[in-house]
Design a protein around this ligand. Structure first.
Ligand code: HEC
Length: 187
């Protein structure tokens, strides 16, 4: 009995020791560092570039594709001319044969309904007939639409919309293409 007791004690100690060693060896991700990295840059006001809003079908097609798709991996149809399904990470060098990551799009349909949307969300306002309801009535102007897509926090500090230009997700030209699509006359 005494022997069994000491065997049990020894094994209990060794379990504790190995658990402690294991814990010390396992890398603990620093949650604060992750949060700091994910922290958004402060809200920024933008002036829409000259000739930003286009009625060119090719530009509108780019905006439409970005609006309706999540990323280059999930997108079903071929992207329009001038838009790629992949995008190199800025600052990273790629050797021939390296896999270039899928490009992220806007996935605006996750929150907004609009002409031709499939399974649209209703977190944001319905953007059907946006031109007729918002632009033609002068309730909004195109600069407002550009700013909303670029960084909506300028309009509402508690905005629940994604931030697209300040985060570097899109270029000013791409924001213009998306805005051109939103304000375009649709069939
Ligand atoms: C996570 C949900 C969400 C996503 C994704 C989203 N939006 Fe929004 N959007 C909103 C909400 C909510 C509002 C209402 C105002 C606010 O919260 O900023 C809004 C407002 C807008 C407006 C202003 C409508 C008005 O009042 O005139 C436009 C235009 C717009 N969004 C376009 C887009 C486009 C384009 C995309 C994709 C690049 C997009 N949104 C992605 C949630 C979203």
């Amino acid at each position: 009995m005494k022997f069994l007791k000491s065997v049990l004690m020894v094994s209990a100690i060794s379990v504790t020791v190995s658990l402690t060693l294991l814990q010390a060896g396992v890398e603990q991700p620093d949650a604060l560092k992750i949060l700091a990295k994910d922290k958004l840059k402060p809200a920024k006001e933008y002036t829409m570039p000259a000739n930003c809003i286009s009625s060119d079908k090719k530009v509108i097609a780019i905006g439409e594709y970005i609006f309706h798709n999540l990323n280059g991996k999930k997108a079903k149809k071929k992207p329009p001319v001038g838009l790629s399904k992949t995008q190199m990470k800025p600052g990273k060098t790629y050797k021939p044969g390296d896999k270039i990551p899928a490009k992220q799009y806007g996935n605006c349909v996750a929150c907004h309904n609009i002409e031709g949307a499939v399974g649209a969300g209703n977190i944001g306002p319905d953007l059907h007939n946006y031109k007729k309801h918002f632009i033609d009535t002068k309730a909004r102007n195109v600069q407002y639409v550009y700013q909303q897509i670029a960084d909506s926090r300028i309009h509402d500090k508690d905005s629940r919309m994604t931030i697209n230009l300040t985060t570097g997700l899109f270029t000013p030209e791409e924001v213009c293409a998306i805005a051109s699509y939103v304000v375009s006359e649709k069939k």
